[in-house]
Design a protein around this ligand. Structure first.
Ligand code: SF4
Length: 300
């Protein structure tokens, strides 16, 4: 695409044909607008994007925007996204899922995706509750949180997702707020531009089931993180990524400088076969005629 064509891309090009069924005021609306806004800001066209989701209210997002979409299994969008990126490294792959999906059921995938570092952007709608299944406590619900599955209060400690991905090797760790979709769009755009796995945890209210972590609750606590304070310094960043409670830092919390090599870059088979995954399967021998035949079958 020419620069001129890219400049003509605007947010309306991502408008979906289906109206969201989310509850009024749900933070998912802000995330949807921010994802579309980030793509428009970067001049990325709908056909250049794949949005991969799991299961949950927010995981319906690909239904509501125009781009390639893949709704996968509960907790599994990250491995699907990694596979898609390996098969087509030119695609912008964005994963959008909720806290239950990303930090509970998919917790293991989260750790290993962070350390593998595929060039994908991961936006997590963290509303501290399971919304789709009607209000059970999630891995980020505060200790003592009362819900249908914790009627006397949760007896588990909440995890701090930004600390988890940072400790697992992520090269881009950030936190946004669904109540500020323009700022969130810019943050997601930076995540897309980052060469490697980018984790953006999003504080977002579930207006129906979580009456504690409301828009006001987040507004009272969120503050803009000071990037001048060494955003690539791991010691400084460790303090920022752990902060949660009365004061919650927003924005870019850590970015590796220089960036770590991506999973795709390190995949020798892909490099040898000029990023063609099929040609690269012949024990690194792209001249093996068996794989020519397989290629023809798959791509003709
Ligand atoms: Fe949003 Fe909660 Fe309603 Fe689900 S249940 S759509 S998360 S407000």
């Amino acid at each position: 695409m020419t620069t001129e064509t890219r400049e003509r891309i605007d947010i309306s090009m991502f408008e979906g044909h289906v109206k969201p069924t989310w509850c009024p005021g749900c933070g998912d609306f802000g995330v949807l607008n921010a994802v579309k806004g980030a793509l428009a800001e970067l001049g990325i066209a709908p056909h250049e994007v794949l949005v991969v989701t799991g299961i949950g209210c927010g995981s319906k997002l690909p239904d509501y925007m125009l781009a390639y979409g893949l709704l996968t299994l509960h907790g599994r969008p990250l491995p699907f996204a990694t596979g898609a990126k390996l098969a087509n490294p030119d695609l912008h792959v964005i994963v959008v899922d909720g806290d239950g999906d990303a930090y509970g059921i998919g917790g293991n995938h989260l750790i290993h995706t962070a350390r593998r570092n595929p060039n994908i952007t991961h936006v997590v709608e963290n509303n501290q509750v399971y919304g789709l299944t009607k209000g059970q406590y999630s891995p980020t619900s505060e200790h003592g949180y009362v819900s249908k599955t914790s009627p006397r209060g949760s007896i588990e400690q909440a995890i701090t997702p930004t600390a988890l991905t940072f400790a697992s090797g992520a090269g881009f760790v950030a936190r946004g707020f669904a109540g500020a979709p323009k700022d969130l769009a810019s943050l997601i755009a930076r995540g897309i531009e980052h060469p490697g796995y980018a984790h953006i945890d999003v504080m977002q209210p579930c207006t129906t089931f979580n009456k504690i972590n409301t828009y006001d609750w987040y507004r009272e606590r969120g503050y803009e993180s000071d990037e001048a304070a060494g955003v690539s310094d791991r010691v400084e960043a460790w303090d920022r990524v752990q902060q949660w409670g009365d004061r919650i830092p927003l924005g870019l919390l850590y970015q590796a400088d220089p960036p770590n090599p991506t999973y795709e870059q390190q995949m020798a088979a892909l490099q040898e076969a000029e990023m063609n995954p099929v040609a690269g399967t012949a024990e690194h021998d792209p001249l093996d005629p068996r794989y020519d035949a397989l290629k023809r079958r798959l791509f003709s």
